[in-house]
Ligand binder design. Sequence first.
Ligand code: PLP
Length: 382
Amino acid sequence: MTESAHGFETLAIHAGQEPDPSTGAVVPPIYQVSTYKQDGVGGLRGGYEYSRSANPTRTALEECLAALEGGVRGLAFASGLAAEDTLLRTVCRPGSHIVIPDDAYGGTYRLFAKVLAGWGVDFTPAPLGDLDAVRAALRPETRVLWCETPTNPLLGIADIAGLAALAHENGALLAVDNTFASPYLQQPLALGADVVIHSTTKYVGGHSDVIGGALVARHSGLADELAFHQNAMGSVAGPFDSWLTLRGIRTLGIRMDRHSDNAERIVAALTSHPKVTEVLYPGLPEHPGHEIAAKQMRRFGGMVSFRVAGGEQAAVDVCNRAKLFILGESLGGVESLIEHPGRMTHASAAGSPLEVPADLVRLSVGIETADDLLADLLHALG
Ligand SMILES: *Cc1c(COP(=O)(O)O)cnc(C)c1O
């Protein structure tokens, strides 16, 4: 298949997923196996020798991810954080420096602050929406400029092309965590990023039934180094997890459209609601990142945050009263979730520069019937 000639949904269903050559099975089987028979010493049949190095089900997922992000190679990991760790320990050495978003995903921040810092890698948080502030944070030893857009839970937007230019002028790599947008809504490699990271646990898998991560590189040099470290460090995705993730990917396009449709309905209702003081959604024209988001994203996705009149208790009450919106952490599944970032996902940021407003509620808008979601949310608002 000449993949570049096909549209996104076609790639999601076919890239890396040729019918199985030995049986004709239209879906890549779960190759639940650790080792492979060799035809004579060193004579590999299908290029496989040991499943940490490569496994056919994982290969199917990796080829599909590479096609969807427009990169030369995809690599699948046991979790999003395993993918991040492998990337950072591939490109950083003791003495390296990283610029990170000042509202980075909490687990990513913890990896920088508690793991890599102890390994001699320094980092500077910067507001990525402000290119001058990012320029000021870069140093000669900066190896990576780390970007998330949209951010969690404040839905901030960063200019990927602008950040790529800044990173490259400085001899650094631009790494974009594309978890919130998914490759259907945003393709950072085409905007100049060097590598994309995913927690495939979220929209890519999409069904809240598997933990996984991915890296997709734009150039073969970095891709080869990452692949070497994936095998050398060993935090690979297992065959069943790879299969579940690939099963989710086949519907990524239609899911993201429906997530976006439902989020738009909900944003419209929240914007005019007397108990809501502010709605954070990059699709709103008054959002400070709206213009850039409209340029670099196909649509604005399923994550919506809003602030509730009456402060922390009022926000907590809304979360507790919702029924169809399940009270829970994580995001990106078909089912709608609601949470209070200040006391849940971002509780560990209390007192730090990453602290979030106490009256904030975050929604991961699912793909249920929009009228049902609206009714539940209006009831929860009281
Ligand atoms: C969840 C998440 C991660 C971490 O991924 P895991 O699969 O939980 O390890 C990284 N970045 C973002 C933006 C996330 O939402």
